[in-house]
Design a binder for this molecule. Structure first.
Ligand code: M6R
Length: 366
């Protein structure tokens, strides 16, 4: 079943262009965007809701965090993201005009399912699932749903499920924006073209594997790593750190780079590699200043930039440019590079990539 690949994780990373193409199949050819892809009643719901609450665990919650940036920027409505296991046990203020979105690869995660049931019991009528398994418990309990078409994900470390969740969440963002009359026709066309091109763009990131592999030796003998990102790439940094922890057992933390001075800078020395997600977006200049802070303390920087980010490789600064500069959807590309990094570090360390110790693929107990 693995074919030319050594691990399911590797196979699943390389399946991402296909998984994205399948998930976005409705846009192929001259296909257009229609709320019906989320269910028959979706249009009315998208017009009516005044905010979004996203509930999920682990990697799926980072997809939700990325969507928060998209939804608030493009659809112009408030969006909050909560870890399902926290939400289900805290006293919260329900808003019946809120769209509750649960995100889950398996659709069986106990905390996410319970959080959904909790939201319904509180009187939230509008629920929507983004899930990779059509007949799962979570899908059965929501009024609206979108099934990602990642195909079975066997590796415990989520890869293709995450990028297809992002694609689904971007579709949701556009439909919410349309429901709120916030999407100009020209912008919609551009966004749809970018989505259609995404599989090719991801393919090009996967082709960076040899260069990323070349970095992996320098992580494998370290005990800690720090991941930095800003704006919509902060969740990507979180996901990169989670991937590294999960499969290489290296302690990794992610911070929004602006927080460095508020504590984590104290940890930086030559023994802690610092990975920076540095696309050429509106936060790049701020991020460069943050990188300076790291360099000044002898920190070793590993920078994932865009071709036009103008970050130069120097002593202590290694730079890899993404093949394409991708605007709002750029997190989808940058995360693939971080998946490859964690995979290759784990290979050097010789860990069980597909079945990391202490973890289960589907967490059906709380
Ligand atoms: O099936 P789900 O998406 O609900 O799973 C949620 C998390 O358990 C999952 O994403 C976990 O964090 C992964 N192992 C991360 O790689």
């Amino acid at each position: 079943e693995l074919g030319e690949f050594n691990h399911y994780m590797q196979k699943e990373m390389f399946e991402q262009p296909q998984a994205l193409g399948n998930t976005l199949e409705m846009l192929s050819g001259a296909g257009q965007l229609h709320p019906g892809i989320f269910g028959a009643d979706a249009q009315g719901v998208f017009e009516q809701v005044d905010s979004v609450l996203i509930l999920a665990c682990g990697t799926s919650s980072y997809a939700g965090m990325t969507a928060k940036y998209w939804i608030e920027q493009v659809a112009g409505i408030p969006c909050n993201v909560e870890i399902a296991s926290e939400y289900r046990y805290r006293v919260s203020v329900p808003n019946p005009n809120q769209l509750v979105v649960v995100i889950s690869q398996s659709g069986e995660t106990a905390d996410t399912l319970a959080a959904l049931q909790h939201a319904k019991a509180l009187g939230h009528p509008h629920t929507l699932a983004i899930c990779n398994v059509p007949e799962s418990a979570i899908v059965r309990e929501t009024a609206l749903r979108f099934i990602t078409r990642a195909g079975p994900e066997i590796g415990v470390a989520s890869t293709k499920a995450f990028t297809t969740q992002l694609a689904a969440l971007f579709l949701l963002t556009l439909l919410l924006a349309k429901g709120k009359q916030r999407l100009l026709e020209a912008d919609e066309k551009d966004y749809l073209d970018e989505l259609r091109h995404l599989p090719i763009a991801v393919e090009k990131v996967l082709a960076l594997e040899p260069s990323i592999q070349a970095w992996s030796q320098q992580f494998a003998n370290k005990h800690h790593a720090l991941f930095l990102g800003r704006g919509r790439h902060f969740p990507v940094a979180l996901e990169g750190a989670l991937k590294l922890k999960e499969i290489s057992y290296i302690h990794a933390e992610a911070y929004p780079a602006g927080e460095l001075k508020h504590g984590p800078l104290a940890l930086v020395d030559a023994e802690m590699p610092v990975v920076v997600v540095a696309p050429n977006d509106e936060m790049l200049e701020k991020l460069k200043a943050n990188m300076q802070e790291v360099s000044a303390r002898g920190g070793q920087l590993y920078v994932f930039a865009d071709g036009d980010s103008k970050v130069r490789s120097t002593d202590g600064v290694k730079v890899l440019a993404m093949p394409e500069h991708y605007g709002l959807l750029s997190p989808v590309l940058h995360v693939v590079a971080l998946q490859l990094l964690s995979y290759h570090v784990a290979l050097v360390k010789g860990t069980d990539v597909d079945k990391p110790r202490n973890l289960a693929k589907s967490v059906t107990v709380e």
